[in-house]
Design a binder for this molecule. Sequence first.
Ligand code: ADE
Ligand code: ZN
Ligand code: ZN
Length: 263
Amino acid sequence: MRTAHFSTLIVAFAALMTSLPAFGWGEKGHNAIAHIAQNHLTRRAQREVTRLLEGHNMAYWSSWADGLREDNRYDFISTWHYANADEGHTYATADKNPEGDVYTAVELCVEKLREKGLSDSLRSLHLKLLIHFVGDMHCPMHAGHASDRGGNGYAVNFRGRKTNLHSLWDSQFVDAAHAWSATEWAENVDVKLGRDARREIEAGTPLDWMEQTVVVSHSLYAGTPQNVSLSWDYINKYAPLVEEKFMEGGYRLAKLLNEIFSR
Ligand code: ADE
Ligand code: ZN
Ligand code: ZN
């Protein structure tokens, strides 16, 4: 009886895990980006961020927005974690989701945080959302095709296991690229950049950053065959891409916050 009961639970759990839509980088990716951003805040921004986050750092709150999908009051932000651009499209030419997407979410949060006279509770809410959505904006399959729900419907075989392109890039690939904790990711990837390299990463607007992720997403469809077990050569080829997206997400989040809290 006990074993039958246990196996029922396992089946139910497995069904749940495969049916849940993937909502962003796994926690590790969001945490790594938040740690990198935290390390590059100006003193002034750091003071304001710490105050609004009730004494915690940005990593503490970086995945909080993913939990909101369990709260009906936040159903209206369920599409804000991603944008879609089908083959042959940029973000600019793609059909837009009328409910909003990750680009409109980032712009809205920035606009709210810039608003004079906004209450602290709303400033805190929009800061927590911005930390998360800048992360999602740098998550390659959060700019995938609409036709397969951002790669959720694109089956791949990674190291002998069946998965899909979206889930692979949210988390499994991150862990395969380096077996690091989030703080190790931040420490090992965030090497000291010269001024020019930093400027290059920080250049552009959230719209440019969105378009860059669309380009990366298109390249991953082209570079990820469907019926091959992907292994070390795939990992070697793409590990630097994860490092780059974490760095970009972290530096760009810091840039936005330094600018918002400079006044
Ligand atoms: N998660 C759920 N639906 C998605 C989509 N269409 N694109 C990216 N991520 C998603
Ligand atoms: Zn996801
Ligand atoms: Zn998300």
